[in-house]
Write a protein that binds this ligand. Sequence first.
Ligand SMILES: [Mg+2]
Length: 165
Amino acid sequence: MDTPLVLLDVDGVLNPLQRSPGYQRYRASPDGVVYRLLLNPRHGPLLTGLAADTGAEIVWASYWRDAANDWISPRVGLPSLRHVPIPRHDPEFSLGAWKARHVAAWVGERPFVWLEDEPDVTNALTEEKELGPYLVVPVDPLHGLTETHVDQARAWLEQLIRDHG
Ligand SMILES: [Mg+2]
């Protein structure tokens, strides 16, 4: 079996809309525009633990693209990660549908679990015919990623390994 992927979004997942305990404020200016961020240093260990336990590779699936390695990774405790090359958003599509098309094209038939807050990626993925097994773990953008989401991802990956190992 190909190495499973953990696809990781930034806004609404690592960077929620609402500040909860454990989050710190940051600013980032990847393209000269200043963005305000709320980031949680516990996210990195949670996710690298998931990857270590399951043999999965964490990959950015975000409009931040590889800028996430500069502005997000060091602040949450993640290493530098590969990223899905998502082109600039085409407004003919929703943010989620545009992203899902490019995720599908990039992952091919590799299994993946996707931590994502855009609700329409699930529908968009059902239009893709050539995908391997996958799970979208929907994240509430107000609160961002929690241990519950990571546990869902872990349970699915462990089942995948049992089925295909
Ligand atoms: Mg998002």
